[in-house]
Design a protein around this ligand. Structure first.
Ligand code: PQ2
Ligand code: NAD
Length: 212
């Protein structure tokens, strides 16, 4: 069975992170920009996590894990204590309750796996080995990081901003899909991933030509 890859929209949703050490800190770096309402349960916090609590960006329950903490509804749970057996137990408990839980140990009991991520604005590339080898994910992420042009975020912004215009100008669906394919290939051929100059004029010029 293959894992299913998706992008979660966590804005305003309650997320529980159990553990406050190095691994929890890495998960939190990925979680903070999502705008989730995050609670951390751990007797001790790393300096970086403690700083997030001090500045009011996180709630902290300074106590060890107990199953009653799972009682409110959590959209996601991360089990990242320093005790691998406990992380597995928490994941199994969450599975029984129907919660999605990521265990820092034992991917086979997790409800989801965290990929290594490369971002260019709103464009995201995620790498996972399905739990087999995090170090390979990191390596592949670094290769993509070195290879992926910087302007993909701007290009996505431009294409996104033009969608309504294109919809209005080309009502016929099959022709519209052909245009989107045509302009995506043109962006590749003309290396638009690196150019910010006059992007909208470039786009409108292609749209006006009717050669798609
Ligand atoms: C991608 C990344 C995302 C993130 O966490 O942000 C991530 N691990 C990263 C790094 C990393 N983690 C570890 C090493 C040391 C080398 C090695 O072991 O390979 C390195 C590499 C390094 O640090 O160089 C150790 C480790 N990791 C797990 C275990 C326990 C186990 O497997 O049972 C142990 C062994 C502990 C031990 O042996 O003591 C488990 C998981 N780690 C995952 C994700 C999930 C699988 C993802 C996949 O299949 O690709 C999974 C299953 C669960 C999860 O956490 O979701 C992040 C990339 C950072 C980046 O982006 O640069
Ligand atoms: N998934 C990954 O990417 C990955 C990577 C490396 C290690 N690991 C595994 O992750 C686990 C955590 O490693 P770490 O380096 O963050 O550890 P750490 O020692 O830095 O931090 C442990 C944290 O867990 C808290 N804690 C301990 N007992 C607890 C309890 N009963 N309830 C709640 N919190 C508790 C501590 O207060 C501390 O904040 C280890 O078991 C390790 O095998 C996973």
């Amino acid at each position: 069975m293959a894992h299913y890859m998706a992008e979660l929209i966590l804005t305003g949703r309650p997320v529980l992170v159990i553990g406050g050490g190095q691994v929890a800190q890495r998960k939190l770096r990925g979680l903070m920009p999502s705008g989730a309402c995050i609670t951390v349960v751990a007797p001790h916090l790393s300096d970086e996590i403690a700083q997030l609590v001090t500045t009011g960006q996180l709630e902290h329950w300074a106590e060890p894990f107990t199953p009653t903490q799972l009682e409110p509804h959590w959209s996601l749970i991360f089990a990242a204590t320093g005790d691998g057996a406990l992380n597995r137990q928490i994941a199994l408990l969450c599975a029984e309750k129907g919660y999605f839980c990521n265990s820092a140990d034992g991917p086979e009991v997790s409800g989801f796996i965290v990929p290594a991520v490369v971002r260019r604005g709103d464009v995201t590339v995620a790498v996972s080995t399905g739990g087999l080898s995090p170090s390979l994910s990191r390596l592949l992420k670094e290769r993509i990081e070195a290879w992926l042009e910087p302007g993909w975020g701007e290009l996505a912004q431009l294409f996104g901003a033009m969608r309504q215009t294109v919809l209005a100008r080309i009502p016929h669906a099959a022709t519209r899909y052909r245009f989107w394919r045509h302009i995506a290939l043109a962006a590749q051929q003309e290396q638009r991933f690196n150019q910010q100059t006059d992007s909208r004029a470039w786009f409108e010029n292609k749209l006006d030509r009717h050669d798609y």
